[in-house]
Design a protein around this ligand. Structure first.
Ligand SMILES: [Ca+2]
Length: 277
C-alpha cells in the first residue's frame, strides 16, 4: 500500500489550518475536460491533462475569474479531487496531469493529503500523477514553487513546468530544478515553421532541455508544418488541437495519422481558437 507509506511519512507533521478546511468543496459546479499528450517516439499517450471547466463547459479562464483569492486553496484542492475522480471513472490508464498554482499550496506535505486520499478512494495509482507548475501567473515566491516541485519529485510524481517561455522567467528556476517535462508555451510553437526567431529559441530550448534531463513538450500544436518542424529538432511529446481537442468528461483519442511522414501540408487549416490551459 503506497498510501500508507505517504501517510506514515506525514504523520509527524502538523497539517496547516487551511488544509483541514477542505470538507466543503468549492462553491461552483466544476467539471473536467481532458486532452491527450502523446509520445511520438513510443507511439503512446504519455498523459491526459485535466482542464477545469464551468458548469456549462465554460473555459478555464472564465472559471478562474470566479475564484476569489481567499478561495484559491479550496479551488485547487477541489480541482485535484475532481480530476482524479473523473479520470478513474473514465478508466484512464496512463498518467493524469494536474495543473497546480504554487500559491495555493501552503505546505506541500500537508496539502497533498487530500489528493492522495482521493486517489486511494477511487483506486487511482498515485505514481501516475503528474503536476504542471503554471508559469502564466506571476510566481510571487520562486523559492516556495521550487520547494513544492522538489517535494513532488521526491514523492515519485512526474513534474512539469508549464507555459515555458511565457511570463515569469523559468530559466532561473531550471538552474535549481530540472522537471521531467518542459512544456513550451504555445506562443513559441505558433508558426514556428516560418519564423526564424522562434526557430532559434525553440531549437535552443529543445537542446537545453535534453542536456538538463528534461523532455521538451510542444503544446498548442495546430498545423502539420509546426509539428514537422518541431519533430525535426527532436521533440517527441505533443499536445494540441492537431492531435486532439480537449473533451468534457471524456478521454479523446489522439489522431495518430498526423504523425505519418510524407504528407505534410495536407491537413486542413486549423481554427486558431485554442485557449491557454
Ligand atoms: Ca497546463
Amino acid at each position: 500500500m503506497y498510501l500508507s507509506r505517504f501517510f506514515a511519512d506525514d504523520a509527524s507533521m502538523h497539517g496547516c489550518l487551511r488544509c483541514r478546511d477542505t470538507d466543503a468543496p468549492f462553491p461552483l459546479d466544476l467539471r473536467m475536460a481532458f486532452q491527450p499528450i502523446v509520445d511520438v517516439a513510443r507511439r503512446e499517450v504519455f498523459a491526459y491533462e485535466a482542464l477545469v471547466r464551468g458548469p456549462q463547459g465554460e473555459g478555464a479562464g472564465w472559471v478562474l475569474g470566479q475564484v476569489q483569492p481567499e478561495q484559491m486553496y479550496r479551488f485547487d484542492q477541489t480541482c485535484r479531487v475532481l480530476a482524479i475522480a473523473t479520470a478513474a471513472e473514465l478508466g484512464l490508464d496512463t498518467r493524469l496531469s494536474i495543473n497546480f498554482i504554487p500559491n495555493a499550496v501552503y505546505e506541500p506535505a500537508s496539502c497533498i493529503r487530500l489528493t492522495l486520499a482521493a486517489a486511494e478512494r477511487v483506486g487511482f495509482p498515485v505514481e501516475r500523477l503528474m503536476f504542471e507548475l503554471t508559469e502564466s501567473e506571476r510566481i510571487t515566491d520562486p523559492g516556495h514553487a521550487l520547494g513544492v516541485l522538489e517535494y513532488y519529485a521526491r514523492r515519485g510524481f512526474t513534474t512539469a513546468i508549464d507555459d515555458f517561455g511565457a511570463g515569469f522567467s523559468g530559466l532561473a528556476l531550471l538552474t535549481r530544478f530540472q522537471p521531467h517535462v518542459l512544456k513550451l508555451d504555445m506562443e513559441l510553437v505558433r508558426d514556428v515553421d516560418s519564423q526564424p526567431a522562434k526557430q532559434a529559441i525553440v531549437g535552443g530550448v529543445a537542446t537545453m532541455a535534453s542536456r538538463i534531463g528534461s523532455r521538451p513538450l510542444a503544446e498548442g500544436v495546430e498545423t502539420r508544418a509546426e509539428l514537422d518542424w518541431l519533430r525535426g529538432v527532436g521533440i517527441e511529446l505533443f499536445q494540441g488541437y492537431l492531435v486532439a481537442r480537449p473533451r468534457l468528461g471524456a478521454l479523446p483519442e489522439p489522431d495518430w495519422s498526423v504523425f505519418e511522414r510524407g504528407s505534410a501540408g495536407s491537413a486542413p487549416p486549423q481554427a486558431r481558437l485554442q485557449p491557454s490551459a
